[in-house]
Design a protein around this ligand. Sequence first.
Ligand SMILES: NC(=O)c1ccc[n+]([C@@H]2O[C@H](COP(=O)([O-])OP(=O)(O)OC[C@H]3O[C@@H](n4cnc5c(N)ncnc54)[C@H](OP(=O)(O)O)[C@@H]3O)[C@@H](O)[C@H]2O)c1
Length: 306
Amino acid sequence: MRSQNAPPGLPRTALTGIDVDCTPRKFGCTALDLWKTAEYKQRMDISGQVVVVTGASMGIGEALAAIFAAHGAKVVLTSRDANRSEAARNRIGHAENTLALSCDVRNREDIDKVVSLTLHHFGRIDVWINNSGYGIADSVELMDMAECRSMFETNFFGAVSAMQAVIPVMKQQGSGTIINISSVAGHVPLPYSAAYSGSKFAMNAMSKASRIELRKRNINVLTVCPGYVRTDFSANAVRGRELKKVRPSTVRGITVERVARATLNGYRKQKREVIVPWTMYPVVKLYQLFPGIVEQAMLRLAKPAE
Ligand SMILES: NC(=O)c1ccc[n+]([C@@H]2O[C@H](COP(=O)([O-])OP(=O)(O)OC[C@H]3O[C@@H](n4cnc5c(N)ncnc54)[C@H](OP(=O)(O)O)[C@@H]3O)[C@@H](O)[C@H]2O)c1
């Protein structure tokens, strides 16, 4: 029998391990190994789970909504503009299992409205994805401070605000996952996008610290750090006065579908962090160990943007 606390597809036995019968160390495995395997198998089936995605009107957010819906989840797509959310909902299909709402993550009232409408329509929230975000292209010296604060309101405070709204719901349910879409720029400081990079460093810290705080409440916080992704992100960025790009022209970026697949996989495995593509992982490690080498490379690459 499924517990009231367990998300659909994840019975209480998988959460607690109560019904998992395993003699410790017999056949070369521990009870913990089998408990983890049982939980993983249950998480493979996400049908019926309820997923909310912020910034789902395009790009990575739309792809996340699409992949969860394709796997049978009930998905709420949100963005600042209800028409854009609705258009994305029509593109991904699965109309009977999806809902499109407007939500500007800078407004706590908007977030609370999404929480209560989702609970009203679908009864619970298993996964909340903080994906809304944009960049500012400018140097630290010249960037507009009002633009900088405004960007932090969306990229960082919007995500924190949503976490504060959804954590009590997940605590009451006895389970849940928060997925924060950060960036490799949250590990390696990006010149001429330093404020954006700063918002993602802040998100990484908040995301990983809260994971520890929430662990005993059966709530996982997953941080996803994509490298360059082919979206309208650059076109949607606020352009300042000193525009330079540090990306080699040969790097085209990965697809949104690849980010969505990696995120889903990380969710199923209840990971702490996903870095996608995997080739960015050595870059992150190189920066941690030998920051001077990465700084030199970026200095050489920095060219005026068209
Ligand atoms: N593209 C990349 O190379 C890349 C790499 C690493 C990380 N990321 C991160 O991935 C996330 C998605 O980026 P993307 O590339 O998919 O960009 P995008 O195509 O520009 O999409 C951004 C989304 O955020 C929404 N949004 C912006 N401000 C919002 C606000 N105040 N409230 C609610 N929604 C808001 C937009 O919807 P509306 O305009 O309809 O509100 C849109 O749906 C961002 O957090 C970004 O930092 C992107």
